[in-house]
Design a protein around this ligand. Structure first.
Ligand code: SF4
Length: 354
């Protein structure tokens, strides 16, 4: 790529709220990333999953050897069907092959390379640069979207990613946070808290890197109010996007053992759809929704038994929002408004002043 040539949306422009306002006026009930990206890029963008051989500090003993309790052994072999064809190829070949494959399927015109398997910032800096440079070296690639842990993005890596932003690439960090509640992080063996997520998103903002947070709804260790609080915190730390999933029990995980011994009851589709609707209502209207459920990498799923495909879950959520007469952000509120700064004095009831 020529230096200075703009390939994607220069990320310093960040999220375009005018486009979002227009989408709400058109009747969108939540901020669907695909529709938003089409409008802002002027063409259809697709993600190209690839494997660059990353592991995870929560598997290899650096933080722990057990992984998160829902992370299956076989997750360590990438599970997208389209991906298995190319898993042994080198990075440039993978990108080329995947772009051809997705374009033939009519997925779109320009690609974001999605490095999704493992913790994709967990290698020495020179190796990261070699991998990222190779993935960006294709005329249809407008940028990178990198799945990682919020505690595994040191300043030098952020600077490297920021340098791609300066070259005009669109760079996303997809942070596996899952919950903002520390007791959940401990219970699920994530080996990090919320502070790392706050810090990494702040550092992304400084460099024009876009941030996405993965979140699980329906964790058995959390109340519905705590899940709503997650939406509020994510809004306030100004993540650009979220991917929301139900908790999946996969074969061979510690969670599967908990389930088998009766320690965990999976959430029903009705409960999940209702939780997602609650979550969206309390989320800022300006957070993009990249996923609303889980519909890939499902080989080895034990429960839930219902079909978690987004084409099934999405319409259910929209129906709930329609029935309630709400939409994303409808209940997003951070404390009292200025009009509400009316102290309740003696002899005056709340209803007199509100
Ligand atoms: S951080 Fe991600 S890859 Fe690592 S153990 Fe947890 S779920 Fe698996």
């Amino acid at each position: 790529m020529l230096r200075g040539e703009v390939k994607g949306i220069p990320t310093e422009r960040r999220i375009d709220k005018r486009v979002m306002d227009q989408m709400y006026e058109e009747g969108f009930l939540y901020m669907k990333y695909g529709a938003y990206a089409r409008r802002t890029h002027g063409c259809k963008i697709f993600k190209v999953p690839m494997n660059a051989g990353f592991t995870c500090p929560n598997w290899d003993g650096r933080l722990s050897s057990d992984g998160c309790i829902y992370c299956p052994d076989f997750a360590r072999q990438f599970t997208y069907e389209s991906f298995r064809r190319v898993i042994t190829k080198d990075i440039r070949e993978q990108v080329e092959d995947q772009i051809d494959y997705y374009k033939r399927k009519g997925a779109g015109e320009k690609a974001l390379v999605y490095i999704a398997f493992g913790t994709n910032t967990y290698k020495p800096l020179n190796e990261l640069k070699r991998i990222y440079d190779a993935t960006l070296d294709h005329p249809d690639v407008i940028g990178l979207t990198i799945g990682t842990r919020p505690d595994c993005v040191p300043r030098e890596v952020l600077d490297l990613l920021g340098s791609y932003v300066n070259e005009g690439y669109e760079i996303w960090l997809e942070l596996g946070q899952q919950s903002v509640h520390y007791h959940t992080e401990e219970r699920t063996n994530r080996q990090h808290g919320l502070a790392e997520c706050i810090r990494t998103i702040k550092e992304c903002h400084k460099r024009g890197i876009l941030s996405l947070v993965f979140l699980i709804l329906g964790l058995p260790y959390e109340t519905p109010s705590e899940m709503i609080e997650t939406a509020r915190v994510i809004s306030e730390i100004k993540a650009d996007a979220v991917k929301i999933y139900p908790l999946l029990v996969m074969k061979g995980t510690r969670l599967a053992r908990e389930y088998e011994t009766g320690g965990y009851r999976p959430i029903s589709m009705t409960e999940y759809a209702s939780l997602v609707a609650d979550f969206l209502e309390h989320l800022s209207p300006y957070v993009l929704i990249q996923r609303i459920s889980k519909d890939c990498g499902l080989d080895g799923k034990v429960v839930p038994e219902w079909d978690t495909h987004r084409f099934i879950v999405g319409p259910r959520v929209e129906k709930i929002l329609m029935i309630r007469g709400t939409k994303q952000g409808a209940k997003y509120k951070m404390g009292l408004d200025v009009e509400e700064l009316k102290p309740i004095s003696a002899g005056v009831t709340a209803s007199d002043v509100l």
